[in-house]
Design a protein around this ligand. Structure first.
Ligand SMILES: [Zn+2]
Length: 449
């Protein structure tokens, strides 16, 4: 007797590590696809498939599951400019100008900083970020090796590397003339992991000479590294650079041949039309930091003009001394509001602001192919937002919900590389109580209180 084979071969479910299922999946792909009652299948830290929950439940056998029913699943937020360890000084330099702020902070840093103290502060900063749904950050600071160690232990994605700032008494004790070699050794020793790239930080055109900037740029190019720099943060900075070098910061960077797709500017508040055109022409990206810019009275970056010129704009919080928060959702909300102040309510719409906090931030870092949206082949950096709060009801438009109504404490689960770092609002890889205790002890030891 022969059996007649079924016309539809029964396929055994494919094994995956995790299935996040139920809830609406806001993919933030090019088309802005939303999958109602959707699912995301994850294997080896990578998204295998995004689709209707019913189909993915049948197609995959998951070792672990996360029920997102009644929630919104979206890409993890990307903090495109911060100084995480400055959490140590949160609330210590408020209501001052940028220049007054820098004066105070630089003095404290040279007295306070050590690898251990940076590690203590970073632990709290990562806890705050994970709670706020931030899955990666571009972090410019001293003692980046200590920061990387803590981030690795927590399973969190930190984009960092050597920083250049020619100031007396560098906080890490490395003399300026030794820094290029130190940075070269750092870059040479790195292995490329998915969702990361080498990074170099040049603090600014007012703490580095044109020759120093050129040398740092050459080193970045040699290793295919992203170069990140503060530029045109306020009018005083622009005037300082102009008096010293006869050119505004962006003009100076352009004349040195440093603009390009591997350069990311932080702030870019004080720009001329010609400078915006130069950023667009060269593919230079910008990290917009509205909270910090407003608090330091720096002004409002010309984001609508940059966007219409085609400049890639991500969102940053800046450090917790200048912005007092690492909450990217807050920056997102402000980015969607502050540009309307000139009288145009269409400036930076809700969807545009959400994209800036996700895929555009990833693109600004040169990692748009690996991060920033929920698509097969990308890293599984995603968050689950609890939509049950009254402040989120009803939901006519998910972009609007995120930009104008959602809060950091609505984030329920945070995943990086498919690993759950926060499950049901409990951190799974960081001892938050111990981290806060260590920070409090450090602050009281340091004489800051
Ligand atoms: Zn900054």
């Amino acid at each position: 007797m022969t059996t007649i084979p079924s016309r539809i071969p029964s396929r055994r479910p494919a094994p995956v590590d995790l299935l996040v299922h139920g809830g609406d999946v806001l993919t933030v792909d090019e088309a802005g696809t939303v999958v109602p009652d959707g699912a995301v299948a994850v294997r080896d830290g990578e998204i295998v498939e995004v689709g209707p929950a019913e189909e993915l439940r049948a197609r995959y056998a998951a070792a672990d599951t996360l029920d997102a029913t009644g929630c919104l699943v979206l890409p993890g937020l990307v903090n495109a400019h911060t100084h995480l360890a400055m959490t140590l000084l949160r609330g210590r330099a408020d209501d001052v100008t940028l220049q007054g702020f820098l004066e105070r902070v630089l003095r404290w840093e040279s007295e306070l900083l050590s690898a251990d103290n940076v590690a203590t502060a970073i632990r709290v900063a990562i806890a705050e970020s994970v709670r706020a749904g931030v899955t990666s950050a571009l972090d410019m600071y001293w003692f980046h090796e200590a920061a990387e160690r803590v981030a690795r232990e927590a399973g969190w994605r930190l984009h960092t590397g050597p920083t250049f700032m020619d100031v007396p008494d560098a906080a890490d004790g490395i003399a300026y003339e030794d820094r290029l070699e130190w940075a070269r050794r750092d870059l040479a020793g790195r292995t490329r992991r998915p969702g990361t790239r080498p990074v170099l930080f040049a603090h600014s055109a007012y703490t580095l000479s044109p020759e120093q900037l050129t040398g740092i740029g050459a080193l970045a190019r040699e290793f295919g590294a992203l170069l990140h720099i503060h530029a045109a943060e306020n009018a005083t900075e622009v005037a300082t650079v102009e008096v010293r070098h006869g050119k505004r910061p962006v003009e100076l960077l352009d004349s040195l041949g440093l603009l390009g797709p591997d350069l990311l500017l932080a702030h870019a508040v004080d720009l001329t039309g010609a400078e915006i055109a130069a950023l667009a022409r060269t593919g230079t990206s910008v990290a917009h930091c509205p909270v910090s810019n407003l608090k330091l009275g720096c002004g409002i970056a010309p984001v609508p003009r940059m966007l219409s010129a085609g400049v890639t704009v991500g969102l940053g919080t800046d450090g917790a001394v200048s912005a007092n928060t690492l909450d990217v959702l807050r920056a997102l909300g402000l980015a969607a509001l502050v540009h309307k102040a000139d009288g145009d309510p269409t400036a930076v719409g809700a969807e545009q602001a959400v994209r800036m906090a996700t895929i555009e931030g990833a693109r600004a870092l040169g990692l748009g192919a690996e991060l920033g949206s929920l698509e097969a082949g990308k890293r599984a950096d995603l968050i689950v937002l609890d939509l049950s709060g009254p402040h989120l009801a009803p939901r006519h438009d998910l972009w609007s919900t995120l930009a104008y109504a959602a809060r950091a404490d609505d984030v329920r689960d945070t995943l990086v590389d498919g690993r759950v770092l926060m499950r049901d609002r409990t951190l799974t890889t960081l001892d938050e109580g111990a981290a806060l205790g260590d920070l409090a002890a450090l602050v009281s030891r340091s004489g800051l209180v």
